[in-house]
Ligand binder design. Structure first.
Ligand code: FAD
Length: 512
């Protein structure tokens, strides 16, 4: 699609008025853009930095119902999230992986009865086709007990899914672009005014500023929702958005010895911390819940948060990690919907809400508040349902059964696909192909093209990254900076030494 004309279901080729402009390329923005483009609307999405560069790549990386939310009686949310877990597992089996969670029963923690009741509900609230049921565990006998302290003898096992969160965002953007959406990264929405019933949106990118027009606008700016609301023509200003910013941090350490399952560690104050297998040889530990009021882009883990995470793992694991083991950490800011029900940051609802303003003569503006990675697809459907009366006629909802790019793995799922890939490309190390399959699924063939072995992929940049892969990420996935490649579209940065990272960043910069 060119920047001068747009095609839409109802208007064919016409002047540049998009049906929908989406502000923000986090999971919610790309999900809405993808759904809308697939329904025949003309869509532009503007992301001021990188796709998924903010909250959506700083999560605990789980597609989960949220066992903990049952305590707050959030049954609707948990049911919807459990349903989405099944749907996403089918849509994106290359980047969504079932994971067993071990929940040790700790002194001072929740009672066995409470845990059993919660898990019973968790098993039955949503339909399970691909995910096993929960069970009780004797930690003295089950291998899951080996990494744990000897006094932890009883517990439970249940299943959820892990996800590559940054790739979930990029693949939704790819799907949106494949359906005709224009995706502009490093492009900030600076001002929004209404003229003659149409939004005029000023975009500032690396090549300067320009204006686009839109019949409707979505503010999916996550923790920046208020600053985008402030960029809207003051004539349409409304009350402050009911938003609560809550920081959450994680640390990454070498794999805790024997911890091949994920563990849910209960803190005596009722909070929980996950220790989750991460990137083959690491463990991801998080998260915290700290009220936040600064610049979301500047959020960083504090020494107190590190202590909290390490202290809690110490009371569960026989060989817990220490501060010196931390190889990476990150912090994100949850843009939660503030229903004023609680003062406790960890108890604020994870439900999503919309605010729709569509006064007479003023085009519609939909603001997205709250949500989770897990429920982004349902959020997108609900957003379009809200906007439908203000938009041209649309095709029906379609995303529930459509695979994300690379997700059409065929018989045997991910395992079957990797076996076939290795048979087809015998010149490659099977472990390397497995890693690519978990990133690109069936698009692995587009990354590798006719290469017969790793030497055919151009220069090696370290951490398993090749020049060919970087070129693919630039051409197909909007990679524009070294970090887009090293920390988001891949996690190769984690598998490099500090010197290797610097050298790789230098070489990537030359390929951009
Ligand atoms: C610590 C933590 C752990 C979490 N764990 C999980 C989990 O395990 N599972 C789960 O389901 N959910 C989890 N979540 C929740 C989930 O990550 C968020 O709900 C989700 O990522 C929010 O996405 P978003 O699109 O609303 O916001 P974001 O991802 O922040 O996207 C908003 C985007 O808008 C862009 N933007 C802002 N202003 C402008 C502008 N003026 N112009 C253009 N672009 C702009 C920003 O650059 C940003 O990329 C977690 C969250 C946190 C913080």
């Amino acid at each position: 699609m060119t920047s001068g004309v747009v095609k839409s279901l109802h208007g064919n080729v016409g002047p540049m008025i998009y049906d929908l402009v989406v502000v923000g390329g986090g999971i919610n923005g790309v999900g809405i853009a993808e759904d809308a483009a697939g329904r025949g609307l003309s869509v532009l999405l503007a992301e001021m930095a990188d796709l998924g560069g903010a909250t959506s790549s700083r999560s605990s990386k789980l597609i989960h119902g949220g066992l903990r939310y049952l305590e707050h009686f959030e049954f609707r949310l948990v049911r919807e999230a459990l349903q989405e877990r099944e749907i996403l597992l089918a849509k994106a089996p290359h980047i969504v992986w079932p994971q067993r969670f071990v929940l040790p029963q700790a002194a001072g923690g929740r009672s066995g009865l409470l845990l059993r009741t919660g898990l019973f509900l968790y098993d039955h609230l949503g339909k399970r086709r691909r995910i096993p049921a929960s069970s009780a565990l004797d930690l003295n006998r089950d291998p899951a007990g080996w990494p744990l302290r000897p006094e932890l003898t009883r517990g439970f096992a249940y299943w959820d899914c892990r996800v590559d969160d940054a790739r979930l965002v990029v693949l939704n953007a790819r799907a949106a672009a494949d359906k005709g959406a224009v995706i502009e990264t490093r492009t900030r929405v600076e001002s929004i005014i209404a003229v003659d019933g149409v939004w005029r949106v000023t975009l500032k990118g690396r090549d300067g500023a320009r204006e686009v027009r839109a019949r409707a606008l979505v503010n999916a700016a996550g923790p920046w929702v208020q600053s985008v609301a402030d960029a809207v023509d003051a004539r349409y200003a409304h009350a402050r958005e009911p938003l609560r910013l809550v920081k959450g941090s994680h640390v990454v350490v070498p794999r805790i010895e024997g911890a091949e399952d994920a563990y849910l560690c209960q803190s005596p104050d009722g909070r929980v911390v996950f220790a989750i297998p991460f990137e083959e040889r690491f463990t991801l530990i998080g998260t915290t819940d700290i009220p936040y009021s600064g610049d979301p882009a500047a959020a960083a883990i504090s020494p107190e948060e590190e202590d909290y995470l390490l202290d809690l793992t110490r009371s569960f694991f026989s060989r817990p990690p220490t501060r010196g083991d931390i190889v990476w950490s990150y912090a994100g800011v949850r843009p939660l919907y503030d229903d004023k029900a609680t003062d406790d940051a960890s108890s604020v609802t994870r439900e999503y809400r919309f605010e729709l303003s569509a006064q007479d003569g003023v085009p519609p503006l939909l603001t997205v508040l709250g949500g989770k990675l897990t429920t982004y697809r349902r959020l997108a459907e609900a957003a379009l349902l809200k906007l439908a009366p203000h938009l041209p006629p649309m095709k029906p909802a379609w995303t529930a059964s459509a695979p994300l790019p690379g997700g059409d793995l065929g018989e045997g799922g991910l395992k079957g696909f990797i076996v076939r890939l290795c048979a087809k490309r015998p010149g490659f190390d099977p472990a390397f192909l497995g890693r690519l399959a978990r990133r690109y699924g069936t698009l692995t063939d587009e990354v590798l093209e006719k290469a017969r072995n790793v030497a055919d992929l151009g220069a090696s940049l370290g951490g398993g990254l090749s020049e060919r892969e970087v070129n693919y990420l630039v051409a197909q996935e909007w990679a524009r900076e070294p970090d887009d490649v090293l920390w988001r579209r891949t996690k190769c940065g984690l598998h490099m030494t500090a010197d290797e990272r610097l050298a790789a960043a230098d070489r990537i910069a030359k390929l951009l």
